[in-house]
Design a binder for this molecule. Structure first.
Ligand code: PHE
Length: 457
């Protein structure tokens, strides 16, 4: 059955436009802020290796499945799945995938926007030269002072939320395509320059060793769960973001190829960020495992020492704000088109409501770094809990449901006519990974990390 519906929200102008938008969603704070600090907290090389395996064997099949659902349904995640269920004679309860995804997106956005606020603050500090010649101790003190002030965090969080709301209220595609097309390559170039600086000025050999030498003695099931959760988070999987972007995809485009490109670019950026950060962490005597402040402390030391660091650093933080912003657009977009389609809101109303909700929830994250830092649940602050639940539980659960639905509940011919995989071997690989490998791997890791100790070897 050929499926030739089009989206009422318009289509991407080309395959490149989709790749750019999906990469814009994938590449963000997850690659540059989160990947280095959780790699630092989880022992380095082995974590990186497990992360890459998760991208390959879990991430890519789920990404293809998710984009497929969006492209076929052409509506918001809930309605797309409903439409497909009707065509495939399946229970309409599969729609919960979409509902879960929409809520997860807002939960993630609530803390994502707080951290994006930090990058805005650091962009302005760098621009004003406040960081010139700062040393590791100075950078750490400055960061700690910064996060202990709830009002300041709130101001930046508010600013970022407003910018996000304004942009999405104007419609995503017009501006996004051309902006990503110019700024994403710039980010990559700056990141490369940073790696080169770090190679000359940092302890590159030991940084590289930390990142690439796998020491499995530090790996527990929890480490594996965190690496897998990071793969979901970084690739924007399991919550409908790529389903929405897939719904704007025109009919003649190969989903599998496109997804492999997006996943590779995303992983490249994360690895480059690690290569830039770790050598400087070591050479400046900072701690690998210092948590969410890691890049703000190391990068400021690097920019402070670099000739032209004030300009370079400002540009870097600005591009990081931009990367965060293209990701937050994709976190909020599923809820927005759902509100528009289901409740007939205007784009403006839907954007104001969704961004307002994420803003309000974000206050929990803000106080978890200062006045509320003693308030913990299961030993985690509000920020840690939100991050843990969304990345390590909600996104993987969404992912499992997506691959099981696509792998087992959609007639094979319908998938084949869309994915057009020619080689028989690749068709086998596709079905094996969506039907068996990806869902079992995710379940296996989650159950073990929760202490069920399932051993199949
Ligand atoms: N992938 C984005 C990042 O790495 C975050 C994100 C997660 C965006 C889930 C959309 C959906 O920063």
């Amino acid at each position: 059955m050929a499926i030739n519906r089009t989206s009422s929200h318009g289509e991407w102008s080309s395959r490149t436009a989709f790749i750019l938008a999906a990469t814009g969603s994938a590449v963000g704070l997850g690659n540059i802020w989160k990947f280095p600090y959780i790699t630092g907290e989880n022992g380095g090389g082995a974590f990186v290796l497990i992360y890459i395996l998760c991208v390959l064997f879990i991430g890519i099949p789920i990404m293809i499945s998710e984009v497929y659902l969006g492209k076929r349904g052409r509506l918001n995640p809930i309605a797309s799945i409903k439409y497909i269920c009707e065509r495939e004679n399946r229970s309409k309860y599969w729609q919960v995938i979409g509902l879960f995804g929409i809520l997860t997106g807002i939960l993630i956005l609530s803390y994502y926007s707080v951290i994006a606020g930090w990058t805005m603050a650091y962009a302005s500090r760098t621009a004003f030269g406040i960081l010139n010649n700062i040393d590791a101790v100075g950078a750490t003190t400055m960061f700690n002072d910064f996060i202990s002030d709830p009002e300041r965090l709130l101001a930046w969080h508010t600013m970022f939320s407003i910018i996000t709301a304004i942009v999405v209220s104007k419609g995503v595609k017009s501006g996004l395509e051309s902006a990503v097309m110019r700024l994403m390559p710039a980010l990559l170039v700056l990141l490369l320059a940073l790696v080169i600086f770090s190679a000359f000025e940092g302890d590159f050999i030991n940084g590289l060793k930390f990142m690439l030498y796998p020491d499995f003695s530090v790996v527990t099931w929890k480490t594996v769960l965190i690496a897998m959760g990071q793969a979901f988070f970084s690739l924007s999987l399991g919550m409908g973001a790529l389903m929405v972007y897939g719904s704007y995809l025109s009919n003649d485009i190969s989903i599998p190829q496109t997804c492999v490109i997006v996943a590779s670019l995303d992983t490249l950026v994360a690895l480059l960020a690690g290569l830039a950060i770790f050598p400087i962490v070591i050479s400046s005597g900072l701690e690998m495992s210092q948590g969410p402040g890691l890049i703000f402390q190391t990068l400021t030391v690097a920019f402070g020492a670099m000739p032209g660091g004030q300009l370079f650093g400002t540009l870097f933080f600005i591009l990081l704000i931009f990367a965060a912003w293209t990701s937050s657009i994709s976190l909020i977009e599923p809820m927005i088109i759902w509100l528009i389609e289901k409740y007939d809101l205007t784009r403006m109303q839907a954007a104001a409501f969704s961004a307002g909700l994420a803003w309000l929830l974000g206050i929990g994250t803000i106080i978890s770094f200062n006045i509320g830092s003693d308030f913990t649940i299961y030993g985690m602050t509000i920020f840690e809990l939100l991050d843990y639940i969304t990345s390590n539980i909600l996104l993987p659960m969404g992912g499992i449901m997506i691959t099981i639905f696509v792998g087992w509940f959609i007639v094979k011919e319908n998938i084949n006519s869309e994915l057009k995989i020619k080689s028989r071997f690749l068709t086998f690989v596709w079905y094996f990974s969506t039907r068996i490998l990806a869902p079992l791997a995710v379940m296996f890791v989650m159950l073990n990390a929760l202490g069920f100790n399932i051993n199949i070897f």
